[in-house]
Design a protein around this ligand. Structure first.
Ligand code: CA
Length: 256
């Protein structure tokens, strides 16, 4: 019997912003979970994140039947590769579409969005990533960020130019190096992770993770009942300043 999932998502405008430019999506039938953080003034960011989420869903809905074999054969490498290419194609399609909308309407010039995508097929989790939203995975008493941030800061840490501690206080920590829609093409990260019963995923925008002092801090909330965990994470971001929109999606892998 392949695993089932439970999920819960919540978004909040925060305490400072007037608009919520984050978007998220939970489609339990497709095993698809997405967060997106829009960029661009005059409500363009809202358009970019919404469009991206729905384009990705439409693409996955069409393509997913080709890889449902993963539910029975989680170790099939061809299918794993194909599943990653589906998310790459979905995010690329969103990129092309959001970029075209921005070209067509000058009030939306330069709009874009981050996106973190989780597609579950039985024991297999397929991840697609552009920008600085994040996915964390918790298993028993451990937690790890399973996406890379596409930010100037993350690149500088990787190159050994600054430390993670210095990065926390860097003035340009919000500058992202890849976005969906800023250009016609974007480089998409994809990966496959095998899941176990009891695993939990947290998808979130930087309105949350910017306020987390450590990864371990997220773990405590990821262990709670999903509805409580989501609410308390939003409350945590707002209690620490709520400067940005904040979005969280929690997903739990069940036994049966
Ligand atoms: Ca944000």
């Amino acid at each position: 019997m392949p695993p089932n999932y439970r999920s819960w998502g919540l978004t909040d405008v925060g305490l400072v912003r007037k608009h919520n430019e984050d978007a998220h999506l939970i489609d339990s039938d497709l095993g698809l979970y997405i967060v997106a953080d829009g960029l661009g003034g005059h409500a363009a960011g809202e358009v970019a994140s919404e469009e991206a989420v729905y384009t990705i869903r439409a693409w996955v809905r069409r393509e997913r039947p080709k890889v449902v074999g993963l539910i029975q054969n989680p170790y099939d490498e061809d299918l794993q590769g194909q599943a990653q290419r589906i998310l790459e194609g979905a995010i690329q399609a969103a990129t092309y579409f959001v970029h075209a909308m921005a070209e067509y309407d000058e009030t939306k010039a330069g709009m874009g969005t981050t996106t973190s995508v989780l597609m579950l097929l039985g024991r297999v989790a397929v991840i697609g990533q552009v920008g600085d939203s994040r996915i964390y995975l918790s298993r028993e008493d451990q937690v790890a960020q399973i996406t890379d941030d596409h930010t100037l800061i993350a690149a500088q840490i990787r190159e050994g130019m600054i430390t993670a501690e210095e990065a926390r206080f860097a003035p340009h920590r919000n500058v992202i190096t890849r976005a969906v829609g800023s250009h016609e093409y974007v480089e998409v990260d994809t990966r496959v992770v095998e899941t176990l019963p009891g695993d939990r995923f947290l998808l979130c925008t930087d309105g949350l993770h910017g306020y987390l002092e450590t990864e371990e801090e997220a773990l405590e909330y990821m262990k709670r009942p999903l509805e409580d965990g989501a609410r308390e994470l939003i409350d945590l971001a707002n209690a620490r300043g709520g400067k940005d929109n904040v979005t969280v999606v929690l997903v739990e892998v069940l036994d049966v």
